[in-house]
Write a protein that binds this ligand. Structure first.
Ligand code: TRP
Length: 332
């Protein structure tokens, strides 16, 4: 799977799993905008793959509280984005019998005992060192990390896990979330809990170049889940950074630099056929294929992915969202 980047103690978790210790998946989303990008979807596609492979429960935290504290949005907007982003997440294809989506703003009472245990075990100094808060930061920023840490412990979900204490936790997330879980892994043994294991997914690079990530605040850097076929075409043709050579003759002679070529890099995420990908890489890298041809292949795939997503999202009604967010038992 091309989505995987690095991990923390995954081997320990998988060894224990093989010997019969169960685990659950925990991930989340900070709903700061209505318009999610393809990049936002990657960790969730990755999570679905893991959920299907291991047949394990998954909890998804929606941190409207975090975005309220960090961004210029109102609480009402945070609530609305939470609901709308949940529809995008559900459209990835999660199984309602194995997936619990919760909004901090509603579920906080259930998290609170563990939030308190964590808050008591972490000092302001540590939060300053890990998250860069300073004396003028709002105090919500100092206490929020405990809220993101709490779902790493199965006792935060008594309706799912009862009082069992052997449940391990695996957190698929972007590398930018690592500080939260370094803190979590540090406090876990001090409050009598198991350390969560982590698996980091890759970021989709910006259309504009390999060194930046896709960002919803720079529209020409990103493919949005709401983009039409025309818009996707145009963005890729006009903006996708090419690793190909400047002239046709040169391209035929030298071939493209695949490491910098955005169209090719995106195909490594979205082309499922590894042999085909290999062939395209060989042909493009040796000059047999041109940038325009590779961009066309990418357009075809991305349009299909985004269309399928839009249809799936249309089928996620408000009732379906409420079903995913209901406090209930899961089957696993
Ligand atoms: N802080 C994350 C964001 O801004 C949201 C989040 C909460 C999360 N819990 C998580 C992400 C667990 C990954 C894993 O998007």
């Amino acid at each position: 799977m091309a989505f995987w980047r690095s991990c923390r103690e995954l081997d320990t978790l998988l060894d224990a799993y093989e010997k019969g210790t169960p685990f659950y998946l925990y991930t989340g989303r900070g709903p700061s905008t209505e318009s999610m990008t393809l990049g936002h979807l990657i960790p969730f596609i990755f999570c679905k793959y893991l959920q299907d492979a291991f047949n394990v429960p998954l909890v998804i935290q929606m941190t409207g509280d975090e975005k309220f504290l960090y961004k210029k949005i109102t609480l009402e907007q945070a609530q609305q984005y939470t609901f709308d982003n949940a529809r995008d997440i559900i459209a990835v294809g999660f199984d309602v019998n194995k997936t619990f989506i919760f909004s901090d703003m509603d579920y906080i009472g259930h998290l609170y005992p563990n939030v308190l245990r964590i808050q008591k075990a972490v000092t302001v100094n540590q939060v300053r060192g890990i998250f860069g808060v300073d004396d003028s930061s709002n105090i919500g920023k100092v206490s929020f990390p405990a809220i993101q840490a709490a779902p790493s412990f199965s006792s935060s979900f008594p309706h799912i896990f009862g009082n069992r204490t052997d449940m391990m936790c695996l957190i698929p997330c972007g590398i930018d979330q690592d500080p939260y879980f370094l803190m979590t892994r540090d406090v876990a043994p001090r409050i009598g809990y198991l350390k969560p294991a982590l698996i980091h997914s890759k970021f989709i690079p910006s259309l504009l170049g390999i060194d930046e990530k896709m960002s919803s605040s720079i529209p020409e850097s990103a493919i949005f889940l709401t983009d039409s076929e025309e818009v996707i075409k145009k963005k890729i043709i006009v903006h996708a950074f090419s690793g190909g050579q400047a002239t046709l003759a040169e391209q035929r002679l030298k071939g493209a630099d695949l490491t910098k070529d955005i169209a090719y890099q995106y195909l490594t995420f979205f082309l499922e056929d590894d042999n085909k990908l290999q062939q395209i890489g060989d042909d493009y890298g040796s000059g047999k294929l041109l940038t325009s041809e590779v961009k066309n292949i990418l357009i075809e795939h991305l349009v299909a992915v985004v269309n399928a997503h839009q249809i799936a999202k249309d089928n996620v009604s408000d009732d379906v969202v409420r079903a995913f967010m209901a406090i209930r038992k899961l089957n696993f």
